[in-house]
Design a protein around this ligand. Structure first.
Ligand code: PGA
Length: 262
């Protein structure tokens, strides 16, 4: 049974734009998107600024009722206490964050974040009413050794251990070799892994949750290739890094229907 999933375009700013820059950026993005009301309404948009920007983004989005969601790039597995440098999901919820990215490959690689930590963070997000955007993806070596789906599927299985699917989630398939490289996966490659991830969602969380969960592709997405990914039946949007910092480019990604010709 085909279920209509609203496409989701998520902009991961990484460590770019301070809180003053974030205000100007979100304002300009909202203007750029307002030109495209019809197409815009067909996709959900969210930005993922650095923690220090979130209060400013919250104030702007609330004051102007902007149809732009936002979330954080990480969350602590703990709720409060002696965890220097960490940010509780409770604090993010108080800033009206809807989403939080968990297990991005830069955290797994640069901060040695394990599958067990990713799992604990997913549960922390749910405890605080946040929707985790769970990132999975294989390195070029994994691809060579195990083929395309094995590592992302194993990472998602671990991330979802004991997780209640009714609390909501988004999955982002981001091949590590495609991130920031300018070398995106092909739409067929993205679809193959997205389909395998959805099959795992069926197995772990049941058909209904699996069919309503958005599976995104990420890795060198730009306006020129977004439509080809969104044509694939199991790809429901994109997690965009570099191109999310370029307002016309990101707005054009959100208006993917123009490229599809729909
Ligand atoms: P990229 O990054 O779009 O710059 O490849 C994607 C990501 O890291 O989420």
């Amino acid at each position: 049974m085909a279920v209509k999933r609203t496409p989701f375009i998520a902009g991961n700013w990484k460590m770019n734009l301070d809180h003053l820059q974030s205000i100007a950026f979100v304002q300009k993005l909202a203007w750029a998107l307002a030109d495209a009301k019809h197409d815009f309404a067909d996709a959900e948009v969210a930005v993922f600024p650095p923690f220090t920007d979130l209060r400013s983004v919250q104030t702007l989005v609330a004051a102007d009722s902007l149809p732009i969601g936002y979330g954080a790039q990480d969350v602590s597995a703990h709720d409060s206490g002696a965890y220097t440098g960490e940010i509780s999901g409770a604090f993010l919820k108080q800033l009206d964050c809807r989403y939080v990215i968990i297990g991005h490959s830069e955290r797994r690689t640069l901060h040695a974040e394990s599958d067990a930590e990713v799992n604990a963070k997913v549960k922390a997000a749910h405890r605080h009413g946040l929707v985790p955007v769970i990132c999975v993806g294989e390195t070029a070596e994994d691809l060579e050794a195990h083929g395309p789906s094995a590592v992302p599927v194993a990472q998602l299985r671990a991330a979802l251990d004991g997780v209640d699917g009714s609390k909501g989630l988004v999955v982002a398939y981001e091949p590590v070799w495609a991130i920031g490289s300018g070398q995106a996966a092909t739409p067929a490659q993205a679809e193959q892994v997205a389909a395998a991830l959805r099959a795992l969602l069926v197995e772990l969380l049941g058909e209904e949750v699996a069919q309503s969960t958005r599976v995104l592709y990420g890795g060198s997405v730009k306006a020129a290739n977004i439509a080809s990914f969104l044509r694939e039946p199991n790809v429901d949007g994109a997690l965009v890094g570099g191109a999310s910092l370029d307002i016309p480019e990101f707005a054009s990604i959100v208006r993917f229907k123009k490229h599809v010709g729909a």
